[in-house]
Design a protein around this ligand. Structure first.
Ligand code: FES
Length: 105
């Protein structure tokens, strides 16, 4: 596991971050950051353009929902997104990446 530092945005919501030159989706909710992949498994929309509702990241295209903790799609969707562990250390936030970069996106 390699830990990469990232910055928390000023406001809560869904945005994107660059980690090692790659784009990840950052959901900042109730003071806690969650990090997922950006590509919707349904038809490839950018999930960082979506929004968060009841603990679900909602895709802006056709509104598939994904659990921000587990990445699991809503019942009936049969899909999921990758999620990545985060930790806070000495006032900084880090996201843990385990897979090789070419298999993540
Ligand atoms: S592309 Fe995300 S729900 Fe269709």
């Amino acid at each position: 596991m390699i830990w990469h530092e990232f910055k928390i945005p000023e406001h809560e919501g869904v945005s994107s971050i660059q980690v090692n030159g790659k784009k990840l989706c950052l959901v900042y909710q109730s003071g806690q950051p969650y990090i997922t992949g950006t590509k919707c498994p349904h038809a490839g929309a950018d999930l960082s353009q979506g929004w968060c509702e009841d603990g679900k990241l909602i895709c802006p295209f056709h509104r598939h929902g994904f659990d921000i903790k587990t990445g699991r799609g809503n019942p009936g969707q049969g899909n999921y997104i990758n999620t990545y562990p985060v930790k806070q250390e000495n006032g900084s936030w880090y996201v843990g990446i385990t897979k090789p970069w070419w298999k993540i996106f």
